[in-house]
Design a protein around this ligand. Structure first.
Ligand code: AMP
Length: 330
């Protein structure tokens, strides 16, 4: 699929000596894996190229992957190629200088609400951007080099963004891509231990969330984590954000929401919303509240308790309508 775009991207990578890869803010495994994974393929294939993975933030839970590259001087960006991975909109790029680059390639699997870049390759049916990187490698494997370390990064993104190959977007193609990565000899035991072992403090947060969550009449679970609560429990913003995952397996609860208060240097107190669902499509709901994302995983921002309640009510209406018109939900 998209053979022509992939060929154009390969040609651009060949054409440029200096390449800068960036991803979205508050990165997840797919954002980190896809940038570092594609960077790894380029470096292994063309050792003389200058390749930089440049972003202004990183995720604590992925710190075992090591630090990012330092950025080249500003003057060196003008003849560089930028490749922005896993990022739906330009505002979410974790690199404010991306426009200094001569050209921008976008590679992403999010719904394309606000296109950007000179050469976009977007497939919103893919389970992860890392799946696209694996597909890119497989398409041109006679010309590209993939070592085990790089395959591990790409596999990490595939595993994390697909809920361990569980989500709706996972296809035969996903597993065919993953199989090529596994064939390099990835140490999955260590990788899964690094990704999924938890500290006791995280498990205590789980207990808090389950004790304090609210449930609507039709099956929307939600948790509100105030700044005071985050301080009391000694949580980083990232740890507080992870609370969404504790609400995901409640029978009959098709939408679940986490509201996380956040102190923004410019805007003051904002409330980050993480929206997740089974069966029900929620990205339009997220868009109504200044956000967006995927059918079953979206994010938005609200500014006060009234908006929190409105969003919960809207989600409850969605679930009510869905249940009234569909069978087979769980
Ligand atoms: P998160 O809850 O931050 O993991 O976001 C879930 C999905 O929604 C991700 O794919 C994000 O790219 C997307 N998303 C989160 N926040 C926003 C936003 N403010 N605008 C557009 N998309 C978002």
């Amino acid at each position: 699929m998209n053979q022509e775009i992939k060929e154009q991207i390969l040609q651009k990578i060949k054409d440029y000596h200096r390449i800068i890869l960036s991803r979205h803010i508050r990165p997840d495994g797919d954002a980190v894996g896809s940038t570092r994974g594609l960077a790894g393929i380029i470096r292994a294939t063309w050792p003389d190229k200058e390749v930089y993975v440049v972003n202004r933030d990183m995720a604590d839970y992925l710190s075992f992957l090591g630090p990012e590259d330092s950025a080249p001087e500003d003057a060196l960006w003008a003849d560089a190629l930028a490749i922005v991975m896993d990022t739906a909109t330009e505002e979410r790029i974790s690199n404010g200088k991306i426009r200094l680059c001569r050209e921008i390639i976008k590679i992403d699997h999010h719904i394309d609400i606000k296109p950007f870049g000179d050469l976009p390759w977007v497939e919103d049916g893919r389970s992860s951007t890392c799946e696209m990187v694996a597909d890119f490698y497989i398409t041109f494997r006679d010309q590209l080099v993939l070592n085990r370390e790089t395959a591990t990064l790409i596999y990490l993104g595939m595993v994390t963004d697909s809920g361990r190959f569980r989500f709706r977007e996972v296809s035969g193609e996903t597993l065919r891509c993953a199989s090529v990565l596994l064939d390099t000899g990835i140490d999955t035991e260590t990788l899964y231990a690094q990704l999924y072992l938890e500290d006791v403090s995280h498990l205590k947060l789980q207990a808090y969330v389950l004790r304090n969550m609210k449930m609507t009449e039709n099956g929307v679970a939600s948790i509100y984590l105030s700044l005071a609560m985050q301080k009391k429990y000694g949580l980083t913003g990232e740890q507080a954000s992870s609370a969404i995952s504790f609400l995901e397996s409640i029978r009959g609860c098709l939408v679940w929401l986490a509201f996380i208060e956040h102190e923004d240097a410019e805007k003051g107190k904002t409330i980050r919303v993480r929206l997740r669902s089974r069966f029900v499509t929620i990205n339009q709901l997220a868009e109504k509240y200044r956000g967006g994302g995927h059918a079953c995983a979206s994010g938005s921002t609200v500014y006060n308790r009234r908006e929190v309640n409105d969003l919960i009510q809207d989600a409850d209406g969605l679930v009510r309508d869905y249940k009234a018109t569909h069978e087979g939900w769980l």
